[in-house]
Ligand binder design. Structure first.
Ligand code: TYD
Length: 152
């Protein structure tokens, strides 16, 4: 995929989604540091960061898509299964390592399943919060995608 920095490696992709691994700087003795920069690594400027915590095991969150928001989602602690659906195919990704994450640039339906209690999810987003940017049910997500394709 184009524009990816030398500090991250794309490990998988489906339309609208890039699964990446950030470089880990350090050693087993002292621990590791990973980083990302907005435009350089993610391909968008970061306007907002939010995080989800204190979630019991087996809880499912998300259940929406965004019309234009771009996001980088990662799990700095624990294990969360991310289910991503671009309207054509569905993919499950285990976010179980702090340097692994997903860049979402397309209109993607997402669900987050808490595999381990107290796992933390962090999101770096391209814009401030806007309720209007949400597609909150699956049928409006599908309709939105189909309408978009018609005008492509
Ligand atoms: P939501 O995006 O629905 O989270 P999840 O899909 O994980 O359940 O957000 C939950 C609530 O938090 C909702 O009332 C909107 C609010 N919220 C903000 O006010 N600002 C934000 O940046 C986000 C992400 C959510």
């Amino acid at each position: 995929m184009n524009n990816l920095s030398i500090y991250l490696k794309e490990v998988d992709t489906i339309k609208g989604i890039q699964i990446i691994e950030l470089d880990s700087i350090g050693s087993k003795t002292n621990g590791y540091l990973s980083f990302f920069e907005g435009e350089n690594e993610l391909g968008f400027n970061i306007e907002r960061v939010y995080f989800i915590y204190g979630v019991p095991k087996d809880v499912v969150r998300g259940g929406h898509a965004h019309k234009s928001l771009k996001q980088y989602i990662w799990c700095p602690y624990g294990s969360v299964k991310l289910i991503l659906d671009n309207g054509e195919s569905r993919k499950s990704i285990f976010l179980d390592s702090p340097n692994k994450g997903v860049i979402i640039k397309g209109v993607i339906w997402r669900e987050l399943f808490w595999v381990k209690e107290d796992s933390i999810i962090c999101v770096a987003a391209s814009d401030i919060y806007s309720d209007e940017d949400y597609l909150k049910d699956y049928s409006s997500f599908k309709k939105y995608i189909l309408k978009g394709r018609k005008y492509e």
